[in-house]
Design a protein around this ligand. Structure first.
Ligand SMILES: [Zn+2]
Length: 276
């Protein structure tokens, strides 16, 4: 009887140790709830044309709200220092990011951010610099050099030519990922530590290449993840655009305040289809 009791106690001790370990491991993992709300902007325009534009007046409203509510905009270095050491990220922190490098980031976003001493990270692809598409002028070399010299800002990789990496051959993926890292480092004279996937698209080969090129983290759009890879290589971002901005500050606030509890499908890549 005593012996049987001993075995039961022993067995339950062993089981609970396993359980504790399993939970400890799960806690150590950086799931989405580890990350702060990360805003993904593209262009800032006086009058938005496309779904991913945000009007200057709305952008100002958003920054003012963040400041009034006591949110701190993390620098890319502060963000990575937390991620790399698994330190918790301050509760009222956000990360402000811009993809592609349109002229609006220099003309409108940077001055408003500077006025408020807010940090931002700009994901630039090489072929976009000096590009001039109708209605969509990109940043010039001279303007980008100025942003790169501002200690509030970080310039990071968005590849060389902005391909859909998930649809590219392995060799092309490796080239885009590693060559753009070297390019950004030579351009800014600072380390290139993060990449944002064009269109937010990635697959196993993309993640492999990003790890091999020694990026410390990577940003996507949708909240998908990939089995077997750390969440820091598939970090979802909040899609900022006309619907999000013209709206309805209400939706903006909801994403920031309820970020950790937002359902995964709230992070889909969208052009004007966000739920109200
Ligand atoms: Zn892009």
């Amino acid at each position: 009887m005593v012996k049987k009791y001993f075995y039961i106690v022993f067995l339950s001790l062993v089981l609970s140790t396993f359980q504790i370990n399993a939970f400890a491991n799960r806690d150590a993992e950086q799931g989405r709830s580890y990350f702060p709300p990360i805003l993904m902007y593209h262009d800032i325009k006086v009058t938005p044309i496309n779904g991913f534009d945000v009007a200057v007046k709305d952008f100002i409203k958003q920054l003012d709200w963040l400041a009034a509510e006591g949110y701190y905009s993390l620098s890319m270095e502060e963000f990575l220092d937390c991620v790399n050491t698994n330190r918790p990220i301050p509760e009222k922190a956000v990360l402000i990011t811009f993809d592609d490098g349109y002229e609006g980031i220099y003309k409108y976003a940077a001055p408003e951010l500077t006025k408020r001493k807010m940090h931002a990270t700009f994901f630039i692809f090489k072929d976009g610099i000096n590009l001039n598409l109708p209605g969509y002028p990109y940043i010039t070399d001279k303007q980008l050099k100025e942003l790169a010299a501002n200690p509030l800002f970080a310039i990071q990789s968005h590849t060389m030519t902005h391909p859909d990496l998930s649809n590219s051959p392995k060799i092309k993926i490796q080239q885009e990922v590693s060559t753009s890292k070297n390019f950004i480092e030579a351009y800014t004279q600072k380390p290139c530590r993060i990449i944002a996937y064009p269109y937010g698209h990635y697959n196993q080969d993309v993640l492999q290449a990003v790890k091999e090129a020694e990026y410390e983290a990577a940003f996507a759009v949708a909240d998908l993840g990939l089995m077997g890879y750390e969440a820091k290589y598939t970090i979802p971002r909040i899609y900022m655009g006309t619907i999000m901005s013209e709206n309805n500050m209400a939706l903006f606030k909801k994403y920031i305040i309820e970020y950790k509890n937002m359902p995964a499908d709230a992070f889909k890549e969208r052009f004007g289809e966000l739920p109200r």
